[in-house]
Ligand binder design. Structure first.
Ligand SMILES: NC(=O)C1=CN([C@@H]2O[C@H](COP(=O)(O)OP(=O)(O)OC[C@H]3O[C@@H](n4cnc5c(N)ncnc54)[C@H](OP(=O)(O)O)[C@@H]3O)[C@@H](O)[C@H]2O)C=CC1
Ligand SMILES: CC(=O)N[C@@H](CCC(=O)OP(=O)(O)O)C(=O)O
Length: 343
């Protein structure tokens, strides 16, 4: 299937190129760059220098002629403008940004502080978390790939809400991300000297992934959900660790809850339930896996759920390809069974 990537000089774009190159059914037809059109791919990415591609201008008419599937790995606000035009040309669109994740345009405008995409397209978009919303994704033409933090959070949280095991009004999510989560843009606060040997919270007063987590959680809880979410920046390249804490509604043991998670994710090839030791980011690096660990503290009645992903894989490009596989009826794992890089 002929595929175009918009935003191909960014980290998400580079990871998409790597995955599409190794995919049995996807063919890289166009790499779009608004800043490096005419340059060779190797000028942006040395690690991809064996691939003889040249970046092309952003030209919707040309994409219309040369590609059937378009991935957008662009900053907020870009896909909201471009995706409707691509959809009008009949393209299958998978958007890695947050532009189509929130159903309520006013919520997007409040949290992203920019104009939302038109309601018609927000209504058409389907939230692309394959382990939970596969039915809708199979027939979707505009797929909103989840954010990195929401992916790890929701994979850890939704089984508990589905089984009504926790008090959904008292959810605490402590999240940590490597620096590639912020993209390849130049930013003083992301300089080596400011990130290295440092651990810092950010957006403590409100992160744009909060309404996305709540929106998906409410679908499973059948009630309003409010989460306390605080992200932290960690001096490493890739990886997200989400530690989720909630009071349990009844007495359960760790063994009982683990059993429930194993059943829920029985047919989910990318979710691995960790039963000995604890999840760690290095154990998923470079892969599309999400590792989940559980501990029920019978003394306090609280549960701790620990979920790790590679933010650029299951948190972005890997999940986007997983959505393409689901939508096209290909094997869920097509092009995605890379084992993690270790150490
Ligand atoms: N990094 C991560 O872990 C995750 C990122 N995301 C989301 O995915 C999207 C991409 O992220 P990421 O790859 O990290 O970001 P980057 O900043 O690394 O890359 C974004 C790319 O978008 C392109 N771009 C910028 N402005 C425009 C424009 N007006 N029109 C078309 N293209 C444009 C740029 O390429 P050029 O200048 O060559 O056009 C740039 O390389 C973002 O919305 C991000 O929030 C989601 C989950 C995880
Ligand atoms: C480490 C870091 O800065 N991470 C980014 C992830 C942003 C992102 O992926 O944004 P959308 O999903 O909303 O597009 C952040 O916390 O804002």
């Amino acid at each position: 299937m002929k595929t175009a990537v918009i935003g191909s000089t960014g980290y998400g774009g580079a990871e998409l190129i790597r995955l599409i190159e190794g995919h049995p059914h996807l063919e890289l037809a166009m790499l779009i760059s608004t800043s490096q059109a005419g340059d060779a791919l190797s000028q942006a990415y040395l690690h991809l220098r064996h691939l003889a591609y040249t970046f092309q201008e952003l030209d919707i008419a040309q994409i219309g002629q040369e590609a059937e599937l378009v991935f957008l790995a662009t900053p907020p606000g870009v896909s909201g403008e471009l995706s409707p035009q691509l959809r009008e040309k009949g393209k299958l669109v998978i958007d890695l940004s947050g532009d189509f994740r929130l159903k309520d345009g006013r919520s997007y405008e409040a949290w992203y502080n920019r104009k939302a995409a038109p309601d018609k397209w927000l209504a058409e978009a389907v939230y692309g978390l394959p382990e939970w919303f596969a039915e809708e994704i199979r027939t979707a033409d505009l797929i909103a790939n989840p954010g990195c933090y929401p992916t790890a959070t929701l994979l850890g949280l939704l089984p508990l809400l589905q089984h009504r095991m926790i008090d959904h009004r008292a959810l605490v999510i402590d999240a940590k991300s490597g620096v590639t989560g912020a993209g390849r843009k130049v930013d003083q606060s992301l300089l080596f000297s400011e990130v290295n040997e440092n651990l810092r919270p950010y957006k403590v007063d409100g992160h744009q992934h909060i309404p996305e987590i709540e929106q998906a959680a409410e679908r499973l809880a059948g009630a309003d959900v409010r989460v306390r979410f605080v992200p932290h920046l960690v001096p490493m390249n890739r990886g997200i660790l989400v530690s989720l804490y909630a009071p349990m509604l009844h007495k359960y043991t760790t063994t009982e809850v683990l059993h429930m998670y194993r059943e829920v994710y029985e047919d989910a090839p990318f979710v691995r339930i960790v039963e000995s030791g604890w999840p760690s980011t290095k154990a998923v690096q470079g892969s599309n896996f999400c590792d989940i660990g559980i501990h029920v503290d019978e003394r306090t009645g609280w549960i701790t759920v620990l979920a790790v992903i590679d933010n650029l894989m299951k948190g972005a490009a890997g999940q986007a390809v997983q959505n393409a596989n689901l939508r096209m009826g290909w094997a869920a794992t097509a092009g995605l069974m890379q084992s993690p890089l270790f150490p």
